[in-house]
Design a protein. Structure first.
Length: 290
C-alpha cells in the first residue's frame, strides 16, 4: 500500500514538456519497492521558471532532480559541481542535492553502457559505429570512450550537431585513448566499411520512431553484429527488425531508459534500483502507450 507522510522526500523531473515522462512511474515504483519514503513528480517549466526551480532543490530540500530537454545545458551552469561525463558532454540530466550543494551528473551514457553489459555485450576494446550526433549520441560517445571502447565511428548529417560532436571528439582525444572517426551519413561506402569492422552498431538518431525508415541498408547487417537502437517506442524499429532477420542480436532502448534512471536512483539514495520490480511496470506502461 502506498504511504505518504510529513517525512516523505521529493525527487522530480524538470523539463518542457514533462508530463509524458515514464520517470515518475519508474522512480516512485522503485522508491516503494526499496522501502524509501520518497515520491517523484514531473514539473513542466518555462525557461523563466527553470532557474527558480533549480534553487528550489535547495530550499525545499529535494533529494535531487532529473533534467530533460530543453534544460540539460542550462543546468550545467546552475549546479555547484559537475562530474566528468556531464562536463565533457556539456549537459546535466541528474542533479543530486548534497546538503544544499548541487552536483550535476549525466547518466544517459552510463545507462546505455549498463544496458549493453546486462545483455552480455562486451564493449571495452571493441569497435563501435554510432549513428547520430544529438544529445543521446554525445552522451554515449563520452561514456563509451571513458569505458575503454577502442574505436568509435560516428555518422551524422552535416548539421549543427555534426559540428558539436566534432568538437566533442577533439576534447575526448585529450582525455581518452579511444580512436574516433566522423563521417557524413551520406558516405554509404564508408558506412558499410565501418559497420563491417564493428562489433556494435548503435542507432542514436530518432529515425525509426515515427516512421518505418532505417538509416542502414539490410545487407550491412550480419549475424555477429550486435545492433542497438535507443528507441523503445516502437519496441522493434525497422532497423532492429532487419537486424533480427539477418540473425543479429538486437537491443532496444528500454534498457537504457531503465538504467539511466537506475543510475540516478543510486545517486540519490545510495541504493540499487529494484530492477526486477520496476522493469515489468515500465514495460507494461510503454506497451499501453503504443
Ligand atoms: P536529438 O538531440 O534531437 O538528436 C537527434 C539525432 O537524430 C540527430 O543526430 C539528428 O541528426 C538525427 N536525425 C533526426 N532525423 C534524421 C533523419 N531524417 N535522418 C538522419 N538523421 C536524423 O535527440 P536525442 O535526444 O539525441 O535522441 C535521439 C533518439 O534517441 C530519439 O529517438 C530518442 O527518443 C532516443 N533516446 C532514447 C533514450 C533512452 O533512454 N532509451 C534516451 C535518450 C534518447 P541532425 O543532427 O542532422 O539533425
Amino acid at each position: 500500500m502506498f504511504k505518504i507522510s510529513g517525512q516523505t522526500k521529493l525527487a522530480a523531473l524538470y523539463a518542457q514538456p514533462a508530463r509524458h515522462s515514464f520517470s515518475p512511474l519508474m522512480q516512485t515504483t522503485a522508491f516503494q519497492a526499496a522501502g524509501i519514503d520518497a515520491i517523484y513528480l514531473s514539473f513542466d517549466l518555462t525557461a523563466e521558471k527553470f532557474p527558480h526551480a533549480m534553487e528550489a532543490i535547495r530550499s525545499l530540500d529535494l533529494l535531487g532532480v532529473n533534467i530533460s530537454m530543453p534544460y540539460k545545458q542550462k543546468a550545467l551552469t546552475l549546479v555547484d559541481e559537475v562530474d566528468q561525463a556531464a562536463q565533457l558532454i556539456g549537459a546535466v540530466n541528474t542533479v543530486v542535492n548534497q546538503k544544499g550543494k548541487l552536483i550535476g551528473y549525466n547518466t544517459d551514457g552510463a545507462g546505455f553502457m549498463k544496458s549493453m553489459a546486462e545483455q552480455a555485450v562486451e564493449s571495452p576494446g571493441k569497435e563501435l559505429t554510432l549513428l547520430g550526433a544529438g544529445g543521446a549520441a554525445q552522451a554515449i560517445l563520452v561514456q563509451a570512450a571513458l569505458d575503454g571502447v577502442r574505436k568509435i565511428n560516428v555518422f551524422n548529417r552535416p548539421s549543427p550537431n555534426y559540428q558539436k560532436i566534432a568538437a566533442l571528439i577533439e576534447r575526448l582525444e585529450q582525455v581518452t585513448t579511444c580512436e574516433f572517426q566522423l563521417f557524413e551519413l551520406a558516405e554509404q561506402t564508408k558506412l558499410a566499411e565501418k559497420i563491417a569492422g564493428s562489433t556494435l552498431l548503435v542507432n542514436a538518431t530518432s529515425v525509426g520512431m515515427t516512421t518505418s525508415d532505417s538509416l542502414v541498408p539490410p545487407e550491412m547487417l550480419r549475424r555477429d553484429l550486435v545492433v542497438a537502437d535507443l528507441i523503445y517506442q516502437p519496441q522493434q524499429t525497422a532497423l532492429l527488425q532487419a537486424a533480427k532477420a539477418n540473425g543479429a542480436q538486437t537491443i532496444n532502448g528500454l534498457g537504457m531508459l531503465l538504467h539511466q534512471g537506475a543510475e540516478a536512483f543510486k545517486l540519490w539514495t545510495g541504493q540499487s534500483m529494484p530492477l526486477a520490480v520496476v522493469r515489468p511496470v515500465l514495460e507494461k506502461q510503454i506497451k499501453m502507450k503504443e
